[in-house]
Design a protein around this ligand. Structure first.
Ligand code: PGA
Length: 251
């Protein structure tokens, strides 16, 4: 049985003060919540304070990006060692905003994924097609290429420590959610690709989140699909009540 995992991707939102208020709200409802794995991913500047606030709760900390090197002359970057020091368990890698605005390729995402695993961090590796690619009938090819490229060279042990997030680019921040059937189709495809890279048993063990305009109103239906193991939540993760409702929809 795959345990469902719901992660809040705060993106470039939340000052330290705002993050503190949001986490206080989440703690009221989720401190001892065990049915679903809950992860919050603040911006780098709020990681230390949120890490402290989460101590003793059942929620995990994640980052939104990282460099693959331990340290060095990479101005503006943050390393896996730095994330470990702050008790990060997860790190989002290859989000479509990183791919689109910061030129991240499957090769870069693959380097980061391997580095995260080597440092004992669980990567949340994002894949997803654009609207143009969907309309051109390229979903299968695009997703297969991204999964194979981003996860190349991982061992079975490593892929089981990895979470995949399917986020159709046209659904991110647009209010347009994939239907549960559309999402399920792609999740099943990802599992099929994993079965080809590893084997069926390994593919069945990997958790695959859906992301893209998940809200309290649509979460339950999405999370009830057989291959959808939770969600990566953007906008709706910025308010305690909506994020809590989404987490509870995963039970
Ligand atoms: P959204 O973002 O929920 O605001 O669509 C999801 C994401 O980009 O992770």
């Amino acid at each position: 049985m795959r345990k469902k995992i719901v992660a809040g991707n705060w993106k470039m939102n939340m000052t330290v003060a705002e993050a503190g208020a949001l986490v206080s709200g989440l703690k009221l409802e989720l401190s001892n919540f065990r049915e679903v794995e809950v992860v919050v991913c603040p911006p780098f500047t709020a990681l230390a304070s949120v890490s402290q606030a989460l101590q003793g709760t059942n929620m995990d900390l994640g980052a939104q990006n990282m460099h693959w090197e331990k340290s060095g002359a990479y101005t503006g970057e943050v390393s896996p060692e730095m994330l470990r020091e702050l008790f990060c368990h997860y790190v989002i890698l290859g989000h479509s905003e990183r791919r689109t605005y910061f030129g991240e390729t499957d090769e870069i995402v693959n380097r980061k994924t391997k580095a995260a695993l080597a440092w004992g961090l669980h990567p949340i590796v994002c894949v997803g097609e654009t609207l143009a690619q969907r309309e051109a009938g390229e979903v299968e090819q695009v997703i297969t290429t991204q999964v194979r490229g981003s996860l190349a060279g991982l061992s079975a042990r490593e892929i089981l420590d990895t979470v995949i997030a399917y986020e159709p680019v046209w659904a991110i921040g647009t209010g347009k959610t994939a239907t549960s059937a559309q999402a399920q189709d792609v999740h099943a495809l990802i599992r099929k690709v994993l079965a080809g890279m590893f084997d069926e048993a390994v593919a069945q063990g990997v958790r695959i989140q859906y992301g893209g305009s998940v809200k309290p109103a649509n979460a339950k239906e999405l999370f009830s699909m057989p291959d959808i193991d939770g969600g990566l939540i953007g906008g709706a993760a910025l308010k305690a009540d909506s994020f809590v409702a989404i987490v509870k929809a995963a039970v």
